[in-house]
Design a protein around this ligand. Structure first.
Ligand code: ACO
Length: 311
């Protein structure tokens, strides 16, 4: 209460001013941002794995080119976001170490396997669709570097979502087997996508603070509802059925209402017990170790050059 800088900080937040890395900020604000931005960056990097799995098996050159571009975009998003977290004083090495030794969180969704080609379209449509819903408001996040990074990221995510939906539309307009592939994929990805938005508001430990600090602009449940309302009609338009017997449209509120979310599954995946958690972390660890010589060589070269220039 005593620190006048805290009051000034809150006044700036209330006035919709952007906070920049060298500005005063309360430790809690810094910690929350480092946590969220690092988790977000890790999600982008781990998110390359389930899709990378299908690059060599894409059914046409056009699909392969789009998938390659999309996976590269995600790598880029991860790097942007690590930079944004670095402006808050956390080193990239530290973030990487936390990821490869399993201490860091990343989005639960990437712990599910991509079993069929339809899963690639489904990730674009649902997972990137959910990601944009959550990330458009982050373009107005009170922390400048994060907000600015989100602008380009959202443009790219928007392309990802469209190419995913177009891919699923194509399957749905194809043979009965192709349509079935799409339905089977929706059956497996629907609920995990709904869970991406995080615990319901009553159980979300960070939401109240993050909303007051204008890091988050909407609660988890608000964004989840927006996603459901946008996505259910898209599924129906192409003849797919949402795997939820309790799904119904509420005429009064104008919202789609869903059945119970299996929060036990969500907790299990967050605790490392999802179908692919161990594989994902192991793949990142291997990439980190196999790439060590490149980082060492680049560093040695930079040092040699610096030494030569100072001669
Ligand atoms: N997967 C993994 N962990 C999650 C998830 C999820 N789907 N949802 C919530 N959590 C974690 C939170 O990180 C937090 O963990 P921590 O306290 O150990 O850090 C805990 O569960 C409690 O949740 P909340 O209090 O609701 O946390 P928060 O306010 O941070 O809200 C949210 C979670 C909505 C994911 C928020 O962090 C956010 O908007 N992040 C930025 C977007 C993002 O990371 N997207 C990644 C997927 S999109 C993509 O990469 C394509």
């Amino acid at each position: 209460e005593g620190d006048p800088r805290e009051a000034r900080f809150m006044a700036r937040i209330d006035a919709e001013e952007r906070i920049e890395p060298n500005d005063f900020m309360p430790e809690g604000y810094r910690k929350t941002l480092v946590r969220q931005i690092a988790q977000h960056a890790h999600s982008e990097i781990i998110g390359m794995l389930p899709e990378g799995n299908w690059i060599t098996r894409a059914p046409s050159l056009r699909r392969k080119a789009a998938l390659l571009a999309k996976v590269q975009d995600e790598g880029g998003h991860g790097l942007y976001l690590y930079c944004a977290a670095e402006t808050l004083g956390k080193s990239r090495e530290e973030m990487m170490d936390e990821l490869v030794d399993g201490r860091a969180k990343y989005s639960s969704i990437f712990n599910y396997p991509t079993l069929t080609w339809a899963d690639i379209g489904m990730i674009g449509w649902l997972v990137d669709g959910a990601a944009i819903m959550n990330q458009i408001p982050l373009c107005r996040c009170s922390f400048g570097p994060y907000a600015r990074a989100m602008i380009r990221i959202c443009k790219e995510e928007s392309f990802h979502q469209r190419q995913g939906y177009e891919q699923i539309m194509t399957l749905c307009a194809g043979t009965p087997e192709q349509k079935e592939l799409a339905q089977d994929s929706l059956n497996r990805w629907w609920w995990p996508s709904i869970m991406m938005f995080g615990p319901s508001d009553g159980d979300s430990v960070h939401s109240a603070k993050s909303m007051a600090w204008k890091i988050k602009r909407f609660t988890n449940d608000e964004l989840r509802q927006k996603f459901i309302d946008a996505t259910v009609p898209q599924a129906h338009r192409i003849g797919l059925e949402i795997p939820d017997p309790d799904l119904k449209f509420n005429e009064e509120t104008g919202h789609w209402e869903i059945g119970e979310i299996d929060w036990e599954e969500f907790k299990r995946v967050l605790a490392g017990g999802g179908p692919c958690n161990a594989d994902r972390v192991a793949a990142r660890k291997a990439a980190q170790e196999n790439g060590a010589w490149v980082r060492d060589a680049a560093l040695a070269y930079a040092q040699k050059r610096a030494a030569r220039e100072s001669e």
